[in-house]
Design a protein around this ligand. Structure first.
Ligand code: SF4
Length: 87
């Protein structure tokens, strides 16, 4: 990975693969969401994280690339850097 891809996050194919894995986990978890309190706590952590792409509201970590409005809502998801509070 070169510096420009680090700056913008994973490429389209990796993002699609990561999202596919996240969907499988979400379905296996019964499509459960976290509470509004947990959701807002997660987004608050992301808002202060250097891995946030603030324009696209995506996580730039290589194992993620997800839209955080979706990722933070799903109970089955976790922060790739273990920064989110425990559910
Ligand atoms: S999911 Fe984790 S690594 Fe990604 S932006 Fe949020 S706090 Fe940062």
């Amino acid at each position: 990975m070169n510096d420009s891809s680090k700056a913008s996050g994973p490429g389209l194919i990796r993002k699609a693969a990561n999202f596919g894995k996240a969907v499988v986990k979400h379905v296996a978890d019964g499509g459960k969401h976290v509470t509004d309190e947990v959701y807002l706590a997660r987004l608050s952590v992301c808002a202060n994280c250097p891995s946030l792409d603030p324009q696209k509201l995506r996580c730039k970590e290589r194992t993620c690339g997800c839209r955080l409005k979706t990722k933070a809502r799903w109970r089955s998801e976790s922060c790739p850097l273990q920064k989110w509070p425990a559910v």
